[in-house]
Design a protein around this ligand. Structure first.
Ligand code: XMP
Length: 556
């Protein structure tokens, strides 16, 4: 696996969690200690479908749709070797779509082992063209690009792939090339206006479809993928949160033995569920470290302690390092420098606390599947660095611990389902993301005690009103920012000259893009009135109506 470059820091954070653990992850990856588990460690013996990714923007969606059928599914690069799937109980392969044409020089091909495994194969779009091209059919440039809605019409004997579907099926097409002649032994399953062969199969369980079943625009695509996974491949459909937890607990026990594990708890979803799962597996062998960096929201440190220590029973080491972080930030106004200092300070504090614990063998952290997928796709690492999220120096030599990453193959919503299975409260599992550098990147200019108190007061009011109006769960994030600008105002008969606070509320699916939320005026009015009344030294409130891009979600 490619080590994650600095750009990966943005991607890690793009999953939008408070992951202080990501500081450690990046530091480790920097030192070439990529956390690739040995084959066989991934997940128990669940039936699996493997998707070979030929670069379609929808590849991830295919994985999600198949997992929704309770079938474990992994996304691997198109040139993955057979060894890469050795630890999986593979029941079927999907060849994804992709931007290439089979006629282009160097166009990626399906590896030969795909056809030797003897399991069903589903080629989607470019994947179908590969089947045709590699097995002796003819792929030709379509007369015109077929893009958008189309209707396919089934023909010939009904296929298990289309079981329960009508003869005419609305689908989403996006392709240039098309199949002119099928390889020997194949028959057509459906045609569309522009594709005389829109779906095909042979009696060896190979299927090709020209359209995209994974997108919402193919309303019955879900049924097709379910048919493929359950009917054609014969997967049991038993990959449930409960079974996942049972498997993961076993794996953690096997990996850790009688060793000691530490975990940096941030209060965010990923590290919280990781800690709970590991705690479930090895109980007192796990010590969680929660560093209060002094940049947290009001009552956040108390909340984390109450939930994780008292309610969930974790072995929690609480470290109040507020003053240390604040002195590291004294006089610093540059956003990147703030992030750098906070990251370095975190590593230093964590290292000291871990060293004080004595011999520790393992570091548990909440790496999720999107980060794994990103790190195995070198092309995507070219994206331009916008902010240094977890971009910190390497871990000290003595902290060479083996990684325990039980959520490494899960998407965020699956992590939440696992958290529910573990009995964790919704307030923990459905929290809005909060950045690792905390309030420091929501205070413009130097971070001081006074500004922190002001921002905490504003932030508290925003949360209070957003929750009161039932908006919390509909927003990706909602928070206050303390600007460095002062304006003139009037309170009673007095002239005031005080700070401007800004309100930021956005909707988003993944934090990569975001839209400013159309908050009700009444909510905004109450927030504004309360802030100027209750928060010290703020006399004006503005609402940020910038989407991402061009704005980022955080102000720094
Ligand atoms: P931006 O500001 O880049 O933020 O649009 C995207 C998402 O990432 C969160 N964020 C961070 N999360 N450490 C984190 O764990 C960070 O350094 C960091 N910076 C931004 C941000 O809150 C949003 O959800």
């Amino acid at each position: 696996m490619d080590a994650m470059g600095p750009d990966a820091t943005h991607r890690v954070a793009a999953s939008g969690d408070v992951e202080v653990a990501a500081y450690l992850e990046i530091a480790q990856e920097r030192e070439g200690r990529a956390a690739t588990p040995e084959p066989g460690e991934r997940r128990g013996g669940a039936d699996a479908i493997v998707i070979l990714d030929f670069g379609s923007q929808y590849s991830r969606l295919i994985a999600r749709r198949i997992r929704e059928q309770r079938v474990y599914c992994e996304l691997l690069p198109h040139d993955a070797t057979r060894e890469a799937i050795a630890s999986l109980n593979v029941k079927g392969i999907v060849l994804s779509g992709g931007p290439a044409s089979v006629w282009e020089p160097g166009a990626p091909m399906a590896p030969g082992w795909v056809f030797d495994l003897g399991v069903p194969v589903l080629g989607i779009c470019y994947g179908m063209q590969l089947l045709a091209h590699q097995l002796g059919g003819v792929v030709a440039p379509g007369r015109e690009r077929e893009y958008g809605y189309a209707a396919i019409h089934q023909e010939g004997p009904k296929s298990a792939l289309f079981a329960g579907l009508d003869d005419e099926i609305p689908v989403w097409m996006s392709h240039g090339d098309r199949i002119d002649a099928m390889p020997a032994g194949f028959r057509s399953l459906a045609y569309s206006g522009n594709s005389p062969i829109a779906a095909m199969t042979n009696d060896k369980g190979l299927f090709g479809i020209q359209f995209h079943p994974e997108v919402a625009h193919t309303p019955q695509g879900k049924e097709m993928l379910r048919n493929f996974a359950l009917e054609v491949c014969g997967c049991a459909g038993d990959w449930t949160p409960r079974n996942f937890v049972a498997d993961a607990v076993e794996r953690v026990r096997t990996q850790v033995g009688s060793g000691r594990v530490i975990c940096a708890l941030s209060g965010g979803v990923d590290s919280a569920v990781t800690a709970m799962l590991v705690h479930h597996a090895i109980g007192g062998q796990l010590t969680c470290i929660f560093v209060n960096n002094g940049l947290l929201r009001r009552e956040e440190a108390e909340r984390v302690r109450a939930v994780f220590q008292r309610h969930l029973g974790l072995n929690l080491l609480y470290v109040n390092a507020s003053e240390r972080f604040l002195s590291a930030l004294r006089g610093v106004t540059d956003p990147e420098e703030k992030r750098r200092r906070i990251g370095n300070e975190f590593i230093a504090v964590f290292d000291e606390e871990a060293a004080a614990l004595g011999e520790v063998d393992f570091l548990a952290q909440g790496t999720l599947y999107p980060d794994v997928i990103e790190s195995q796709t070198p092309e995507s690492s070219a994206s331009h660095k916008i902010k240094t999220h977890h971009n910190v120096g390497g871990l000290p030599e003595r902290m060479r611990m083996e990684l325990v990453e039980p959520l490494r193959y899960l998407f965020k919503d699956e992590v939440r389902a696992v958290g529910e299975e573990l009995g964790m409260p919704p307030e923990v599992l459905y929290r809005q993301p909060f950045p690792g550098p905390g309030l420091a990147i929501r205070i413009m200019g130097e971070v001081t005690h006074e500004k922190l108190e002001t921002l905490r007061a504003c932030d508290w009011i925003v949360m209070d009103e957003i929750k009161r109006d039932g908006l919390y769960d509909r927003l990706w994030q909602s928070f206050a920012v303390l600007t460095d600008t002062k304006t003139v105002g009037v309170m009673g008969d007095q002239r005031t000259y005080q700070h401007v606070a800004a309100i930021r509320a956005v909707t988003s699916d993944d934090a990569m893009t975001a839209d400013w939320a159309r908050l009700p005026y009444d909510t905004l009015a109450r927030i504004s009135a309360r802030i100027v009344n209750e928060a010290p030294s703020v006399n004006r409130v503005v609402y940020d109506i910038t989407s991402k891009p061009p704005g980022t979600i955080e102000w720094e």
